[in-house]
Design a protein around this ligand. Structure first.
Ligand code: C2E
Ligand code: MG
Ligand code: MG
Length: 763
C-alpha cells in the first residue's frame, strides 16, 4: 500500500489511499483487526434487517477502529452535493440521522480520492465545515462506497475527537466495510426494483402474462384475470395459444416467433376465449426477454388490453356512416358504394341490374300535421316492410327524406326483366299502401316508383340514378301511387328545359312577357266579378309560350322570384290605368308561386310596392296553390296571415290536386277555393268526380268559403255546378284569357261587368 501525503500548507493534510490490497501485511493482524473483521462478519449476517445492518455497521466500525463517531451516508440526489445518513453512531449509540452538505468538507475530498485519512487537526484543515468544529473533532477517516458498476453511492466515515493512529491494516479493512455496505445498498435497490416490478405486474391495468419458451403460461396478473375471467391457477402451465380462438390468421406462433427472434417484439389484435364462454378482442404485445449473457430467449412477456369497447365504437361509427338511423336501412353512402359495386359486377358478368327510386306520396303532410316523430315512426315502419321483402335480390336503402332506393341485382341475365320488375314494383306499391297504426290511428300512405334498367353501353351510376329519378317524376306526374319506367324522352325534356332556362333568363330583359286576363263570373247571375292575370311569354317570332311550359322551370331555377315581381307590378300598373280610365274590373287575381312566398322578404316587398304605388289591396286577390300550403304549413299560415292583414283576398288554386282536407284549410285565412279543372272536367261523365266536387262545395259552404269552379267549358257543367251550390265559375264557357287590347275593346262595347260569353264575341 502506498500513501501520499499532501505537501501544501493550505491543502488539507490528507492521506490518499491507492491500493487497498497492498496494505495487507503479514503479522499485522492485531487484536483490532480481529475485532474489526469479526464485526464486519457479524454485520454481514444475512438475518440482520436493512436498517439494523447499517446501524450495526456503524457501531461495529466505531468499535473496531476505537473511534467516537461513525456514519454511513448516501447521496441525497443525483447532484451528489449532499449526503443523507443511513445510520450514525456516537459513543457506540445510534443517534439521529443527518444530512450533510459536501462542499468544503473532508467527505468531498474523500469522494475525489476514494479514501481519505486525516489523522489530526481536521477542523483547521476544513474551516468551512462547521460540524467538525461543533463536534470538536480531531481526526477523520472516510471511504467512498462504490457499487459493482463503479458508481459512487455515498460514503462511510469514522471520526474522532482525538488523533487517529495510522495503521496500514486500517485501509483494507475500511475498504471491506465500504464494499460490504455497497453490496447491501445494491441488494436493497434490487429488492426495491423487484418490489416495483411486482407491483407494476399486479397493479397494471393491462393483462400481463409471463410465458416460458414453450409458450406456456407461468404467471398471470389480476388485470388479466379480470379481463378474461380466468384465475391464474386455472391457466398456469397452459399453452397460451389455447386461450385464443381458432382460425385467426393474426395469431400464429410461427409468425410471432419470427417477429420476436428478429425484433424482440410482436403486436397484434386477437380474439380470445373468456372463461364464461364468451370471446373478446384484445390488443396484445409480446416481448422476448433474453439472458443478458447468452442472449438466448428465456421467457416472453405478453401484455394485452381488452379492446371490446373500441371495437364496439368502431362498429357503431361504421354503422352510423353506412346506415340510416331511423329505418336501419343502408343510407345514401352505403347505397352509392353498393351501386358502384353492382354496376361493375353487371358490366363484368353481363348480368341484369335495375334501380327503383321510391318516393312516398304526401309524406310531408303527415310530417307537418302529425309531427316529425310520427313521420319518423312511419318511415321506420316502411323501412321494416322493405327490409322484410322476401326478395333476396333487392338492396333497399333510404337515401334521404321520404325517398328510398331499391337496387335489383340479378346473378344472370333475365329473360323477362321488364315484366319481372313490373311485378316487383306492384308488390312494393301494394306493400306500402297497407294501413299503418300510428298513435293508435290507422294511417294510409302510398308510394310512387321510378324504374331505370342499367344498360352496359350508356350508363354509369349517376346516369342510372338520374334516369330512375326522371321516371319517378313521371310517375308522380301521372297521378302518384304508381310506377313508371324511364324513357329516353324524359332526358330530352330535361335538355329542353336547359335550353328553356337560358332563353327565360333573357325574356325579362327583352320584355317578352305579357299578361292575359280571364274573367271570373258569378254562377247564378253570370256577372263578372273579377279577372285572373295569366302570364304569357311571347317569343321573338310571335309564338306564345304557355305558363305551364315555363313556370315550373322558372320555379326550379328560382327565376320565378323576378318574373313574379314583374307580374305583380304589371297587374298594379294595369289596374291603376283601368281605374284612371273609369273601368270597373272587380278584383284581379295574381298567381303567386310557392317559391315566391317562401322568400323571406316577400311580404315586405309587397307592402313596399303597395305603399309606393298607392294601390289598394282590396282590388286584388292572390292565388296560391294548395300543394305549396301543405309543403310548409307553419310558414304558409304565417305569410298568408300577413298578406291577409295587408288587405288582400286569398284563394287556394287547383284545389283537390294535393289531396289536402278542407278542415285543414281552417288553419289559413283563405277566402276562396278554386276547384281544379281535373275534377270539374268530368262532372258530367264521372259520378265520382261529381261526388268529390259536391263534397268540396258542401264543406266549403259550411266553412263560409267562396267556391269557384275552374275550367268550365259547357253550359251543362255550369248548370250542374250552380245546382250543387258553387258560387263562382271560371272557364272558356265565359271567356278565354285575353290580351288587354281585346279586353279593353270588348269593354268599350259591353262594359266589364256584363256577362259576355267569349264565344259570341269571337264567333
Ligand atoms: P291556373 O292559375 O289554375 O290558371 C288556370 C289555367 O286554366 C289557365 O291556364 C287557364 O288558361 C286555363 N283555363 C281556364 N279556363 C279553362 C277552360 O275552360 N278549359 C281549359 N282547358 N283551360 C282553362 P294557363 O294560363 O296556361 O296557366 C296555367 C297555369 O300557370 C296557371 O294555372 C297558373 O298556375 C300558372 N300561371 C299562370 N300565370 C302565372 C303567373 O303569373 N304566376 C305564376 N306563378 N303562375 C302562373
Ligand atoms: Mg290561378
Ligand atoms: Mg287553377
Amino acid at each position: 500500500m502506498k500513501l501520499e501525503e499532501s505537501k501544501s500548507d493550505k491543502a488539507p493534510q490528507i492521506v490518499k489511499f491507492e491500493t487497498a490490497s497492498k496494505s495487507r501485511k503479514e503479522g499485522l493482524v492485531s487484536k483490532r483487526i480481529h475485532s474489526a473483521v469479526s464485526a464486519l462478519a457479524s454485520s454481514s449476517s444475512p438475518v440482520s434487517e436493512t436498517d439494523d445492518f447499517f446501524q450495526d455497521c456503524v457501531k461495529n466500525l466505531s468499535k473496531a477502529f476505537e473511534v467516537k463517531y461513525a456514519f454511513i451516508g448516501v447521496f441525497e440526489d443525483d447532484t451528489k452535493s449532499s449526503i443523507r445518513s443511513l445510520a450514525v453512531s456516537a459513543d457506540l449509540k445510534i443517534t439521529d440521522n443527518i444530512t450533510y452538505d459536501l462542499k468544503g468538507t473532508p467527505c468531498e475530498d474523500c469522494l475525489n480520492h476514494q479514501q481519505v485519512l486525516i489523522q489530526e487537526d481536521v477542523v483547521n484543515q476544513y474551516p468551512e465545515d462547521d460540524m467538525l468544529a461543533d463536534m470538536e473533532l480531531q481526526s477523520y477517516f472516510g471511504s467512498a462506497i462504490i457499487d459493482s458498476n463503479g458508481n459512487e453511492l455515498g460514503l462511510v466515515v469514522i471520526l474522532d475527537t482525538e488523533r487517529m493512529e495510522k495503521d496500514e491494516w486500517m485501509y483494507p479493512i475500511f475498504a471491506l466495510f465500504a464494499d460490504r455496505i455497497s453490496l447491501e445498498l445494491e441488494r436493497i435497490n434490487r429488492q426495491k426494483d423487484l418490489r416495483l416490478a411486482a407491483s407494476v405486474f399486479e397493479n397494471s391495468q393491462e393483462g400481463i402474462m409471463l410465458l416460458d419458451t414453450d409458450w406456456r403460461i407461468r404467471k398471470a396478473n389480476q388485470a388479466f384475470s379480470k379481463i378474461s375471467g380466468w384465475k391464474e391457477k386455472e391457466i398456469i402451465g397452459l399453452p397460451v395459444t389455447k386461450l385464443a380462438t381458432k382460425d385467426q390468421t393474426d395469431f400464429s406462433i410461427c409468425k410471432i416467433s419470427k417477429s420476436l427472434s428478429e425484433q424482440n417484439h410482436w403486436e397484434g389484435e386477437i380474439w380470445s376465449h373468456q372463461k364464461n364462454g364468451g370471446i373478446y378482442p384484445e390488443k396484445r404485445t409480446i416481448s422476448a426477454v433474453r439472458d443478458p449473457k447468452t442472449k438466448e430467449i428465456i421467457h416472453y412477456i405478453s401484455m394485452s388490453v381488452d379492446i371490446s369497447e373500441q371495437k364496439y365504437a368502431e362498429q357503431r361509427i361504421n354503422r352510423l356512416a353506412r346506415y340510416d338511423q331511423i329505418t336501419d336501412l343502408p343510407n345514401r353512402n352505403y347505397f352509392n358504394e353498393k351501386l358502384n359495386e353492382e354496376i361493375s359486377n353487371a358490366r363484368n358478368k353481363g348480368s341484369d341490374l335495375a334501380l327503383m327510386t321510391l318516393d312516398l306520396d304526401g309524406f310531408k303532410l303527415i310530417n307537418d300535421m302529425r309531427g316529425h316523430s310520427t313521420g319518423d315512426r312511419l318511415l321506420k315502419l316502411i323501412g321494416e316492410r322493405l327490409q322484410y321483402l322476401p326478395l333476396n335480390e333487392i338492396f333497399a336503402a333510404r337515401i334521404g327524406g321520404d325517398e328510398f332506393t331499391l337496387l335489383f341485382s340479378f346473378k344472370e341475365k333475365q329473360d323477362k326483366l321488364v315484366p319481372l320488375l313490373k311485378g316487383r314494383a306492384e308488390e312494393i306499391i301494394d306493400l306500402i299502401s297497407h294501413p299503418y297504426m300510428l298513435d293508435g290511428e290507422e294511417t294510409v300512405i302510398t308510394a310512387s316508383i321510378g324504374i331505370a334498367i342499367f344498360s352496359k353501353e350508356s350508363e354509369d351510376a349517376q346516369n342510372l340514378i338520374k334516369n330512375s329519378d326522371l321516371a319517378l317524376y313521371a310517375a308522380k306526374k301521372k297521378g302518384k301511387n304508381c310506377f313508371e319506367y324511364y324513357k329516353p324522352e324524359y332526358s330530352s325534356n330535361v335538355e329542353n328545359q336547359f335550353a328553356l332556362t337560358n332563353l327565360l333568363r333573357k325574356a325579362l330583359t327583352k320584355n317578352q312577357f305579357e299578361l292575359h286576363y280571364q274573367a271570373k263570373n258569378k254562377a247564378k247571375s253570370h256577372e263578372v266579378v273579377g279577372y285572373e292575370a295569366l302570364i304569357r311569354w311571347k317569343l321573338d317570332d310571335g309564338v306564345l309560350v304557355s305558363p305551364g311550359q315555363f313556370i315550373p322551370v322558372a320555379e326550379d331555377t328560382g327565376m320565378i322570384t323576378e318574373i313574379g315581381k314583374w307580374v305583380f307590378e304589371e297587374v298594379i300598373n294595369q289596374t291603376q290605368s283601368w281605374l284612371n280610365s273609369g273601368f270597373h274590373f272587380g278584383r284581379v287575381a295574381i298567381n303567386i308561386s310557392g317559391r315566391q312566398l317562401a322568400d323571406d322578404g316577400f311580404v315586405e316587398w309587397v307592402e313596399a310596392l303597395i305603399n309606393k304605388t298607392k294601390a289598394s289591396p282590396e282590388h286584388f286577390e292572390l292565388e296560391i296553390t294548395e300543394s305549396w300550403l301543405i309543403e310548409d304549413p307553419d310558414k304558409s299560415a304565417r305569410v298568408l296571415s300577413q298578406l291577409h292583414d295587408l288587405g288582400f283576398k286569398l284563394s287556394i288554386d287547383d284545389f283537390g290536386v294535393a289531396h289536402s282536407s278542407l278542415n285543414y284549410l281552417k288553419c289559413f285565412p283563405v277566402d276562396t277555393i278554386k276547384i281544379d279543372r281535373s275534377f270539374t272536367r268530368d262532372i258530367l261523365t264521372s259520378e265520382e268526380s261529381m261526388a268529390i266536387v259536391s263534397a268540396i262545395i258542401a264543406i266549403g259552404n259550411n266553412l263560409n268559403l267562396n267556391i269557384l269552379a275552374e275550367g268550365i267549358e259547357t253550359e251543362e257543367q255550369l248548370k250542374k255546378l250552380e245546382a250543387a251550390g258553387c258560387n263562382e265559375i271560371q272557364g272558356f264557357y265565359f271567356s278565354k284569357p285575353q290580351p288587354v287590347s281585346v279586353l279593353e275593346a270588348n269593354h268599350q262595347t259591353t262594359g266589364f261587368n256584363k256577362h259576355q260569353p267569349l264565344r259570341s264575341i269571337s264567333a
